[in-house]
Write a protein that binds this ligand. Sequence first.
Ligand code: PBG
Length: 322
Amino acid sequence: MAWPVDRPRRLRDHSVLRQMVSETVVQAVDLIYPIFIVTGSGRKEPIESLPGQFHLSPDEAARVAAEFRWLGGRAVMLFGLPSYKDETGSSGSDPQGPVPLAIRQIKEAVPDLAVITDVCLCEYTDHGHCGLISGTRILNDPTLPHLAAQALTHVRAGADMVAPSDMMDGRVGAIREELDHNGFEHIPIMSYSAKYASAFYGPFRAAADSAPAFGDRRGYQMDPANRREALYEVRLDLEEGADIVMVKPAGPYLDIIRQVADFSDRPVAAYQVSGEFAMLRHAAAAGALDYRRAALESLIGIKRAGADLILTYLAPEVLPWL
Ligand code: PBG
C-alpha cells in the first residue's frame, strides 16, 4: 500500500501531533556541562578559543555552577589548569589543586548538582601527554597509579563520578581498584572508552593548556578510521568495571554512538567536543546558520544516534530552549 493511502505528512501538519510522535527528546538531566578551573579566587576570564566559556577559579566555578543549576542543569564536568606542571603530572593529585578545591566549593554551594571530574595527566604534565614518558615513548603501565591517585584525590574531595580520558590500557580497572580499596566502591566511573585522535579537540587544548610538547596523541587515542576497535575498547572498559561508556567526539562519530548503544548493556555518553561547539559558534557568527536551531539539532542527532548523556559546552545556553 502506498500513496494515496499512505501519507506520512498527516502526522506532520499539526504541531501537537508532531510533538506527540517525536521519537527523540533532549532533557536537562541528559546534559553535562564541562568547565575549566584555574587557581586563585575571583577569576572569571573568557577563553578565547571557546566563545562564551571561561577560566574559573573555584569560587567563581561555584557561582557558575549555581547559575547552571538555577537554569535546570544537573551535572558539571571539571577540568583543571594547575599552578605547576612536572614530568609525572603530580599536581593532578594535589588535594589543594584547582579541581579538588572547586569540587568542595561547588558541593557546598549547590549540593544537588552532580560533580564529575575528568581524570587525565595531560593538563598536569610539563610535556602535555596523557601518560608518563620515556624519551618520546608514552608509557602505559607506569601511568596507571598516577591516574588512580588523581581519581582518588577527586573522590576524596567529593566528586560524584570520575571520567578517565587518557586512553591508557587498563586504567579503568586500576582506578576501580584504587577507589574500592579506599572505601569508594559506590562511586561510578564514566570511561572515555572510544576516544579518537581528533582534530576537533583543537580549541580545548588552548583552553586547558594541554597541547603535547612533541608528537601527537595517535599512539594512544583511536584512529578515526576504525569502527570495530570501538567495540573492543568498550568491551574491555565494561569488563574492567566502567559504569558508563563514552564516545568522543560526537557529531562526526554518530555511527559509533549507535553501534556502542546497541552493544553496551550500560549507559552511553557522547562528548560534543570543543571543535564541534566552535564550529557552530563561528558559523552562526558568520551568518551561515541559525544558532539556536542548529545547536538543538546537533544535540537531537547525538541522542537519536543512541547517547543517553551528552557532554556539551552548549548546556547552559540550550537549557532554556528545551
Ligand atoms: C584530556 C581531554 C581532552 C578532551 C577532554 N579530555 C583533550 C585531548 O585528549 O587532547 C577534549 C575535550 C574537547 O575538545 O572539548 N585528555
